[in-house]
Design a protein around this ligand. Structure first.
Ligand SMILES: Cc1cc2nc3c(=O)[nH]c(=O)nc-3n(C[C@H](O)[C@H](O)[C@H](O)COP(=O)(O)OP(=O)(O)OC[C@H]3O[C@@H](n4cnc5c(N)ncnc54)[C@H](O)[C@@H]3O)c2cc1C
Length: 495
């Protein structure tokens, strides 16, 4: 039971988003009662698991989709600046958790790793060069290097240059300050920390099944204990839906107007994974290429060194695979059940509008291992079949909705916060750069949905995120100071 100042909050799902939001809330409002329900037996089993995502700390250092070529030939770098700042914000929050001893051993979840962009052919080389020229004067991207020289490239990416035609036109840019993030480990650490808080409790093997709005504005949340099969009703002031692929179906169950004309289309990611230590030792970077024309950011091919506990691993992908489940551990009826009279037109309009994407997805689904190895050999010319295995990673549920600006069936890329008008229901929908920007997403949730508390919480938020309220894009001295501090705290410097 809560006293008059305290509020009850229910968080759904123990992935990186709910555990991040819970970690904020427990320090901002220590008297509030937090209950987190997770249908599986542990935290971070779905998309936040280290084997279900690529672990890129997205800071726009190497991802070419954040620097878009304009019709006049210029490169728009605004998105890159925004993504870079958001990752600096994430690192500040993780540093705060380490500094206050709420989580320990940062090297278990974040490691420094150069981020490289790699392109082939005149047109793409020309683009990369102009991107480099646009980014290099900015303090944010200080230290970026560019080369078309094969000898230099052999130093940066030996595995990718071995066996390559010396006449082939290729180029790359590199920034050493990139990272590989084990979002699974980070989530487990935050979940443990949240569970240790006096006013918070995590219930595993508990599935949220339905909602009922009461006359007093509170919500009744029906939760099934999957061990005992008993269903209990919990009453709460706020519902936070951080249920990954299931966020859309759960939002629909609340019946709030914001859940209408909105659908989701599930796409699984698959990677080729290499565990041969000899091959792995030849590649110490995350290397992002250019996405096929007309396809979304999640199709950008990349070759990554991963730090997953003590394993030596490379991954290449992602390749898309389509199936009806909204979660890896979901049901084959998920897609079917999410269709209703308000969104079936939205979904159909989307299929017509996005034909290149549909075509690409069908090609991807039909692709065999040999087709995928062919893709890989554009990156690793000497790749051997026996060194690489297919691994099915996590699900992304692409949000499809009607908008005033884009009309019916618009595919929304990126993470989106949806909330009821009275702010009692908050849902996080969407996909990449999800995990990397989880802290900015949590801040957006706080600012948008708790306006009456934000002034009171301002000082504490500044303690958590020292740059809060200031621009790291405009203020280089501040950026430098913050990077130095988080680099030290997270053990990212001189490794
Ligand atoms: C292939 C792939 C590669 C990616 N690569 C990157 C990357 O390199 N960098 C990056 O930053 N991001 C990446 N992402 C995105 C990132 O993984 C996600 O944005 C992030 O993990 C989403 O976290 P989440 O907490 O919302 O969801 P999840 O981690 O999926 O957690 C949701 C949880 O909710 C639980 N749940 C669902 N329904 C219920 C219910 N009814 N009751 C109780 N519990 C429920 C689920 O069991 C699950 O544990 C990638 C994603 C994919 C799929």
């Amino acid at each position: 039971m809560s006293d008059s100042n305290s509020k009850d909050v229910i968080l759904i799902g123990a992935g990186v988003l709910s555990t991040t939001f819970g970690s904020f809330l427990k320090d901002l409002a220590p008297d509030w009662n937090i209950k987190l329900f997770e249908r599986l037996e542990k935290p971070a089993i779905e998309s936040s698991n280290e084997r279900n995502n690529a672990g890129t700390g997205h800071a726009a250092l190497c991802e070419l989709n954040y620097t878009v070529e304009q019709k006049d030939g210029s490169i728009d770098i605004e998105k890159a600046k925004e993504i870079n700042e958001q990752f600096e914000i994430s690192k500040q929050f993780w540093s705060y958790l380490v500094k206050t001893n709420q989580i320990q051993n940062p090297q278990e979840f974040i490691r420094p790793l150069p981020h490289i962009s790699f392109v082939q052919g005149e047109r793409n080389i020309n683009f990369l060069k102009r991107r480099f020229e646009a980014l290099s004067p900015l303090s944010m991207f200080k230290g970026i290097e560019y080369t078309e020289d094969h000898e230099k490239l052999k130093e940066w990416i030996p595995l990718m240059m071995d066996g390559r035609n010396p006449e082939e036109k290729v180029a790359a840019s590199k920034i050493d300050e990139g990272t590989d993030v084990n979002f699974g480990e980070l989530t487990r650490k935050m979940a443990k920390n949240l569970n240790e808080h006096d006013n918070a409790e995590i219930f595993y093997k508990h599935e949220v099944q339905d909602f009922n709005r009461r006359k007093d504005g509170k919500w009744e949340v029906k939760v099934k204990d999957l061990n005992t099969k008993k269903v209990e009703t919990y009453i709460t002031d706020y519902v936070f839906i951080g249920a990954g692929g299931h966020a859309i179906p759960l939002l629909q169950k609340t019946g709030i107007p914001e859940s209408k004309h909105l659908g989701g289309f599930p796409i699984s990611g698959a990677f080729l994974v290499c565990n041969n230590p000899k091959v792995v030792a030849e590649h110490e970077a995350k290397v992002y290429g250019k996405e096929p024309p007309g396809t979304p950011p999640m199709t950008v091919p990349h070759l990554d060194r991963r730090y997953i506990q003590d394993e030596n691993t490379l991954l290449f992908g992602p390749f898309a695979a389509i199936g009806p489940k909204f979660l890896k551990n979901g049901s084959n009826l998920d897609l079917f059940k999410s269709l209703n009279t308000s969104n079936v037109g939205t979904m159909l309009a989307s299929a017509f509008k996005n034909f290149p994407l549909v075509k690409y997805s069908i090609q991807e689904v039909l692709a065999k291992k040999e087709d995928r190895m062919k893709e890989l050999r554009r990156f690793v010319p000497n790749a051997k079949d026996e060194d690489w295995d297919i691994h099915i990673a996590g699900k992304r549920v692409q949000v499809i909705k009607d908008t005033k600006e884009h009309g019916r069936g618009y595919i929304q890329f990126g993470t989106e916060v949806v909330n009821s008008k009275d702010h009692s229901v908050i849902a996080l929908l969407g996909e990449s750069p999800g995990a990397s920007t989880s802290v900015s997403v949590a801040l957006e949730v706080l600012e948008k949905n708790f306006p009456e508390y934000i002034k009171e919480w301002d000082g504490k938020i500044k303690e958590m995120i020292p740059s809060y309220g200031q621009s790291l894009i405009e203020d280089y001295a501040l950026l430098k100071e913050i990077r130095q501090a988080t680099g030290n705290e997270l053990d990212l410097i001189n490794k």
